[in-house]
Design a binder for this molecule. Sequence first.
Ligand SMILES: C[S@@+](CC[C@H](N)C(=O)[O-])C[C@H]1O[C@@H](n2cnc3c(N)ncnc32)[C@H](O)[C@@H]1O
Length: 392
Amino acid sequence: MEILEGPDPLCRFYSQPHIGDLLVQAMPEVDVGSIIDLGAGGGVLSDAASRRWSKAAVTTVDIDADCAVARRALDTSGRRRHYVLDALDPDISAKVTRAGLFDAALCNPPFKKVEWRNGYERLLEEAGLEDSFSCQGDVTAEALFLAQNIRIVRPGGCIGLIVPDSFASGMKASKLRNNLARSHAISAVIQLPKGSFLRTEANSYLLVFENKVPPGSKIRLHRFTVEQGLSHPIEIDAELAERRLDYGFHSVEHTARQTTLRTLAAQIFRGSLSAKEGRAAEHFVFHTTDFANAEDGVFDGPDTPVTGQSALPGDILLARVDRDLESKIAMVRTGGFAVSDCVYVIRVAPQYRERVYRALRSASGREKLRSASRGLGARQLSKAELLAVPLY
Ligand SMILES: C[S@@+](CC[C@H](N)C(=O)[O-])C[C@H]1O[C@@H](n2cnc3c(N)ncnc32)[C@H](O)[C@@H]1O
């Protein structure tokens, strides 16, 4: 394989030992009697695997005849074998002396574009990844290593692969992520800090999946830092893998999905006068019909004697009962006045006002308000439902 660009064409950026242990610990409980490490370098990953599965036979492969694994003393127990080979050789199975497929694979491949070679189409095809790229020029070394691992590990075996940021979040890899997530049970994707590999600052991830096991449960996304260890997981559906697989992105989405008026400690109250009582009252009482006087959602009201139940500047008004309550949302710019019992006053801390107002008035906010309301004709929105509407 000719690897293009970069100072080291073999990308000999070796893993730090704790990254090997993290990868191995993230792999699922499966019976492991044999392990393969393609592009083994110094053997950090296969050493970590040997610590977890001490009786397993370990096969290492590296094209670099001078790599540290190749220079190790011969293993007399016969449990460790090393081959100086191109890991992307489509006939690799016949060249490493092992009958059958491996139970587990660990791999930290070079992150590079490759020059296309005959035989690569076979790797991709046999791994079910042939339609993952729009052109051959988009095929990366890590995708070919991924395909090779899928080919040489048994169905139900586990694969732990280190992948670059472009794999986890890049647009060009979206089809690859989709194909992977549709045919294999991805159990975890762990975002690593910079400095996890020697001599490079590349952003990378640990990807762990059970080979050819239909996706069932959700994919767990984590972030790992040396200081704080492994974060709590964010769980996403396999269909979301196509979009992205990075913890950073999904954690922002996740936090946004968790934000509601309740989590923002909003005060919500309504008036006590009916529309009829409001009309007869001495001072102005804001009713659902007054939303028509809010220009672009901004309402300038009169100054009336205020009570604990009055709407004040910065408050958000929302129809509580109305046929189209989701379209009746306004922010008070001036004044102080009572509201009818068909109108909610929503009061949030000043730093959240603008965002809450925009979230409620957005197309998706209105849709959520509508679906949270009940009734035929004039719909009603309960305070409990309003407090639970997601604000993103
Ligand atoms: C990023 S390093 C990883 C080394 C080791 N697995 C680790 O995690 O520390 C990539 C390794 O792949 C090897 N390599 C690159 N292209 C290869 C190929 N076509 N076949 C086999 N090994 C290759 C390099 O020599 C290097 O040791």
